[in-house]
Ligand binder design. Sequence first.
Ligand code: KG4
Ligand code: ZN
Length: 333
Amino acid sequence: MTFPRYILGIDTSCDDTGVGVVELAPDGSVQVRANRVWSQTVHAQYGGVLPELASREHVERIDTVTGDALAEAGLTAGDLAAVAATSGPGLVGALLVGLMYGKGMAQALGVPFYAAHHLEGHIFAAASEADLQAPYLALVVSGGHTHLFDVPREGEYVLVGATRDDAAGEAFDKVARLAGLGYPGGPAISEAARRGDPEAVPFKEPLQGQKGFDFSFSGLKTAALLAHRAGAKPEDLAAGFERAAVRFLVGTTLRAARAYGRETVVVSGGVAANRALREAFAASSVRAVFPGKGLNTDNGAMIALAGAAAIRAGRAPSPLSEGAVAYAPLASV
Ligand code: KG4
Ligand code: ZN
């Protein structure tokens, strides 16, 4: 096959229509050439994502977003060497839109199609910043996921820990809503925290003394609720909550890195955009790798990067019969 090889990636797993393009060089290095995301706003009035509305918006947008991504990369569809799309986990109706579109495109162009796992996409988003070579530990922290994986070899994922209740991003969103800081909660908490006193509201570290590497955010949420009722200032709540959440995420991950003997930690998903979290990992003993700008939250470029990794590893393309799945664990315990 000839180089450079351009790979298009599509993610329509939830409420973002994401299409990206990456370039795979002969030496195996990858570069993001385009990353376009259409974020649906229709759900705001309902306070949560409405699956049927999400699917319909993806249908309306996918063609435009794909055209925009190709234009940003300075390419036409005929330049593509492969197409990748998320097949799960996610909202089945929403996933189907990107999956069918991607398969159709690959078939029309006569190029291989790769079905990608959404969480593997989040992990490979970090390949935009550094050459990602196993072994490493991967912390995926988003609005729907809080998973810690050990990756002993390329493509092999061992679940080391996961949240027992809320996802990390969900906790940021709920505490922000409680404190009247707006949506999305992550950036709102982060911004307010800069003006607050992290000592003003006491937050106890969750799951203290656990031998494993699980996460839990319900205790922090309850502490925030009680402090809010007792009249705590929103910025103090934000500062205390953010510090506690970051210490807990970083502390647990570093313990796991020691236990598994890993020196590199990939931190990805929407919460990986958090400045305090990035600073805490940067100051730690591990080599922390984060996705580049615009690649933390859901996007298509990360799926193109996952596709590039599959090609690089010599994995066979996916059959066009590949279906969309709501529940798809990346690894077993
Ligand atoms: O990866 P993502 O776009 O969606 C899922 O796949 O779930 O992540 C969105 C989540 C939201 O909960 C949002 O509040 C959180 O990521 N987030 C942040 C920050 N930016 C986004 N959390 C903390 N600090 C941030 N700066
Ligand atoms: Zn995601």
